[in-house]
Design a protein around this ligand. Structure first.
Ligand SMILES: C[S@@+](CC[C@H](N)C(=O)[O-])C[C@H]1O[C@@H](n2cnc3c(N)ncnc32)[C@H](O)[C@@H]1O
Length: 288
């Protein structure tokens, strides 16, 4: 959005059950986020945005968006808390383990087959919307075996949220956050630094590059063999989902793979761009 467009924000999003005053206040909150942080939430699903912002109203026991704007103005930390709920970066290691198993057993060998030409020994994987790092580190931990076969590996992990990226870069997690992993997996991926804190082993951490990237407005990275984009586009309106899938299509090499989220219906939005590889696990392949 250009700076000059800012006035469009005033009533860009409408809800039938809101008064004009509340509607204006709601839109002003979005405008403030854009003014202060340059993040444009207009293309996100309105109901989803509203639900999230309302959680902050509840946290302060206020009932109106207008009152909440006062809090935003008076409490310098509130904007970060609000952005925290608007971008929710919930994730976990090996989220949907059966998907990772399919990637390990089926996609990894397919990629090695494509990459065995001496000119293309570098495998590139993009974790788009990587939140606090669990997804890219899981990817690195299953793909690092390719290093012993003479391949190189880079995992690019991007997110719009700097705070989430800061956590991700540290690669340090509380044992409670790893409850989905058994002892053996924990031992394989982490070093123990304190009784309850574990840190990702350098072997895996060094394979991942974290970078801030907005999937809506920044150019997509190129030459990817595999893209994970899970539980991100679900928050976008249909037109925007299409644009994001076009970008992912552009970022993939011929024959490249996309792993979408279990809840995401890519078909209907971009089936001309991708063919089904495994519908159960939402794995698709780039159409050329
Ligand atoms: C629910 S998390 C998904 C994490 C991981 N992919 C997974 O499935 O476990 C969604 C992430 O998408 C990020 N996100 C939201 N809008 C984004 C955008 N426009 N560009 C890049 N990342 C975005 C959020 O900051 C959040 O970290």
């Amino acid at each position: 959005m250009d700076k000059k467009d800012k006035s469009d924000y005033k009533l860009f999003i409408r809800f039938d059950d809101m008064s004009q005053g509340e509607l204006a206040a709601f839109n002003r909150i979005l405008m403030e986020i854009y003014r202060l942080r340059g993040l444009d939430f207009r293309q996100y699903r309105p109901k989803c945005l509203r639900r999230r912002i309302v959680t902050r109203l509840h946290a302060h026991s206020v009932k109106s968006f207008a009152k909440y704007i006062e809090i935003l103005h008076n409490d310098p930390q509130e904007l970060d808390r609000l952005l925290g709920v608007m971008t929710i970066n919930v994730s976990e290691f090996f989220r949907n383990p059966e998907t990772f198993e399919k990637v390990r057993l089926r996609i990894l060998p397919e990629i090695l087959e494509i990459k065995k030409r001496p000119s293309s020994h570098l495998i590139r994987i993009w974790s788009a919307g990587c939140a606090t790092g669990e997804e890219p580190y899981s990817i690195a931990s299953i793909f690092h075996t390719v290093l012993f076969k003479g391949f190189k590996l880079r995992v690019l992990a991007t997110d719009i949220d700097e705070d989430a990226l800061a956590v991700a870069r540290k690669g340090c997690y509380h044992r409670k956050e790893l409850s989905g992993l058994n002892e053996k997996q924990q031992h394989r991926i982490f070093n123990k630094i304190e009784e309850d804190r574990l840190t990702v082993k350098p072997l895996f951490r060094d394979l991942v590059e974290f970078r801030r990237h907005n999937m809506i407005s920044d150019p997509a990275p190129r030459l990817m063999d595999l893209v994970f984009c899970r539980n991100v586009v679900i928050y976008f309106k249909k037109e925007l989902q299409r644009k994001v899938y076009e970008n992912i299509h552009r970022s993939l090499n011929p024959g490249g793979f996309l792993v979408a989220g279990k809840v995401e219906a890519m078909l209907g939005v971009a089936e001309d761009l991708f063919e089904i590889y495994d519908l159960n696990e939402r794995i698709y392949r780039k159409r050329n």
